[in-house]
Design a protein around this ligand. Structure first.
Ligand SMILES: Nc1ncnc2c1ncn2[C@@H]1O[C@H](COP(=O)(O)OP(=O)(O)OP(=O)(O)O)[C@@H](O)[C@H]1O
Ligand SMILES: [Mg+2]
Length: 663
């Protein structure tokens, strides 16, 4: 070789290699030897493929034969693919190669000029990554700006497909039936070319893990989009409270389109979308709870007024009953009217339950015992077409609830389940302990342990519209006369007032499960309290009645007089105080809690206790909120009361006072 050429060959900053027609290295300059980690002269005579990773060698020999058959000038970077070089120490690095055939006396020769592009590539990678980060920030900002999640969702597929330079990006969700797929947003999703396989999609979500298919030709995990055999794809689940509810799917017809950075981008966007969905969910739940609260306020007020009316009606009727003793057809009419009144009282008590103004007597209740108690009654009520299964975890802690109300709640739920299965089916009632933690609670329940009582059926389930309104008072889909629409309202109010929660899971055609969360107590469960009964007879004592509503006052007076008590009646706490001071032989104070203006019945009761510590006191209220917050220290009679109830209570209190006195 000419000295000039040889000097030039070594002086060029690029690595140069000359290859002969058999692919052997004829010459390599110093830069080439250094780049690949060889000593001077070591490369000469070896096959060029030595400088490539083993797995690329076979393919390269093929390329080489093709090139040599039709040699031409090929500049750097012309293939568009990254080529990889192999150093002597085994390490690899990205290279760009320019090729040119050269004339030579010794036969065909080819000059390869090789450049290490590690640095360039790193810079390019950093640029891509910065672009991805900017995209995540942009989507986050969109989410903050837009009120509704739908707007953000719509933009995400386009933005991602652009950034990743791929054809298809879609956000898919599984419908509540968990069998059909909803396309929430998509770019380049062609229903004919890439139909979605709902079964594979559901299975992927069930596992909760991402699915990455680098190259469908070589390794093909089940992927829910129909794909070209050489393509690549990624599925990232969208997690809402520990459960995959949908997925972000990216697909390209080319292999290996999802490197580490691309997957990182997809994961970040999926996290953002999941957070968005969770926010919407929480807001919806809040709105639902607020709506029920507002309804509760309204119905609570109405129920209270109704209760007063019912007290008057029922009292008048009961007095008439006494007056007309022995006149059968009149007694018949009165009995009919009384039945309607007690039906009305039932309705108002359900409304009060919904408004969380029911008088609850919570106590440590063993759910297992209670379930066994209701079982027999339910079996009889439900009939043969429905099988009932009870499934109670052992070692359940006691729930702190009013057992009578819990029974009523279970009966309501079981009847709803029965009504949803006109052809028969199965009802399961289960009880177990659950921990509500911050990921599950979504603000509806304080974190902690609960007894979860679930009633599930195999019935027709509810449409989304029905589900959204099922707990509202008077919402019913049953024909008129069959349902009042107060069952679930009552159960909801009871759960809430007890410090628990009610949750309904239902989908059309797939049955219903109602979850009743009840607070746990570690006190030992009590047996049922013995009911106190006794005939009401009077010893002619004097009773002070305090009631601001004249009609209700008259009824109370009449009830008491009918049993030969002497009665003094006043309308206010102030008047009552005066009577107590003036009349020492008052034997019992009977007062309404709500007394219009001035002091209320509870304040009066406390004052009376100061004045006459031994005086038996009985309060009455139809407005249970006051009863709960006010009068735990005093006996309370719920309005509307029946004559016998009033007389029995009065008599019990008088008898107890006598015992304390020792007289
Ligand atoms: N287990 C269930 N399966 C299907 N739908 C149900 C179920 N439970 C309740 N629903 C739906 O919710 C509605 C409201 O139920 P809710 O118990 O409050 O009232 P109701 O049963 O219609 O009347 P009521 O209980 O006062 O007799 C029902 O009419 C029904 O459409
Ligand atoms: Mg019902």
């Amino acid at each position: 070789m000419e000295p000039l050429f040889s000097g030039l060959f070594d002086a060029v900053p690029d690595a140069l290699i000359v290859v002969d027609g058999q692919g052997r290295i004829a010459m390599a300059n110093r830069q080439a030897e250094q780049l690949f980690g060889y000593a001077g002269g070591e490369l000469a005579g070896t096959e060029i493929e030595m400088l490539l990773p083993e797995e690329a060698r076979g393919r390269h020999r093929g390329y080489r034969a093709g090139y040599m058959a039709k040699p031409h000038l090929r500049p750097m970077g012309a293939t568009g693919q990254t080529l990889v070089g192999l150093r002597r120490d085994g390490s690899q690095f990205p290279v760009e190669i320019a090729l040119s055939p050269i004339d030579s006396d010794a036969g065909p020769r080819y000059l390869a000029s090789i450049r290490d592009i590690s640095e360039t590539q790193r810079a390019r990678q950093a640029l891509v990554r910065a672009g991805y980060d900017a995209l995540v920030a942009r989507i986050g900002q969109l989410a903050l700006e837009t009120e509704n999640e739908v707007g953000v969702l719509g933009e995400v597929p386009d933005l991602l497909a652009d950034a990743l330079k791929i054809e298809t990006v879609a956000i898919l969700a599984l419908r509540p039936d968990r069998q059909t797929v909803e396309i929430r947003a998509a770019k380049g999703l062609d229903a004919d070319r890439n139909p979605v396989d709902a079964g594979i999609f559901a299975a992927a979500l069930e596992s909760g893990a991402s699915v990455i298919a680098d190259d469908f030709a070589s390794s093909a995990p089940p992927f829910p989009l129909r794909h070209d055999s050489a393509g690549s794809g990624a599925l990232i689940p969208l997690i809402d409270r520990n459960r995959a509810v949908g997925a972000l799917i990216a697909y390209s017809r080319q292999p290996r389109r999802f490197d580490h950075d691309a997957l990182h981008l997809l994961q970040s966007v999926a996290n953002l979308l999941a957070a968005l969905a969770q926010r919407r969910h929480t807001e919806e739940q809040l709105a639902h709870a607020q709506r029920l609260d507002a309804l509760g306020q309204l119905t609570g007020g109405i129920a209270h007024d109704f209760n007063n009316l019912l007290t008057v009606m029922s009292g008048s009727l009961q007095l008439l009953e006494l007056e007309t003793e022995g006149r059968a057809e009149m007694q018949e009419l009165i009995a009919t009217a009384l039945r309607s009144v007690s039906r009305g009282a039932e309705l108002t008590s359900k409304l009060l339950a919904f408004a969380r103004r029911q008088r609850l007597l919570p106590q440590a209740t063993d759910p297992r015992v209670l379930l066994q108690d209701v079982e027999l009654m339910l079996r009889r009520t439900l009939g043969n077409a429905i099988s009932l299964r009870l499934d109670c975890e052992s070692d359940l802690p006691a729930a702190f609830v009013d057992p009578t109300q819990l029974e009523a709640a279970l009966v309501n739920l079981a009847l709803n389940a029965r009504d949803a299965m006109p052809q028969g089916g199965e009802i399961r009632i289960g009880a177990r302990q659950v921990l509500v933690d911050s990921t599950r609670s979504s603000g509806e329940l304080p974190v902690g342990y609960y007894v979860l009582v679930s009633v599930s059926d195999t019935g027709q389930g509810m449409s989304p519209d029905t589900l959204a309104r099922a707990m509202e008072p008077f919402f019913t889909t049953k024909e008129s006369g069959r349902g009042s629409g107060l069952g679930l309202s009552m159960v909801y109010g009871f759960a809430k007032q007890s410090g628990g929660h009610l949750q309904i899971n239902s989908a059309q055609g797939r049955g219903t499960r109602v979850d009743l969360y009840l607070p746990v107590t570690h006190a030992a469960a009590q047996g049922a309290a013995p009911a106190s009964a006794g005939r009401a007879t009077s010893g002619g004592e004097t009773i002070l009645v305090v009631e601001d509503d004249p009609a209700v006052r008259n009824i109370a007076v009449a009830f008491l007089r009918s049993s030969a008590y002497k009665v003094l009646a006043v309308a206010s706490a102030e008047d009552a105080r005066q009577v107590l001071l003036d009349t020492p032989d008052i034997a019992l104070l009977f007062s309404d809690v709500m007394l219009g203006s001035g002091r209320n019945g509870k304040e009066l009761a406390e004052e009376a206790r100061q004045l006459r510590p031994d005086l038996p006191i009985l309060l009455t209220s139809g407005y249970e909120e006051h009863a709960i917050s006010g009068a735990a220290d005093f006996d309370l009679l719920r309005k509307p009361y029946r004559r016998e109830q009033l007389l029995a209570t009065v008599q019990r209190l008088l008898a107890a006072a006598v015992r304390i006195d020792g007289s």
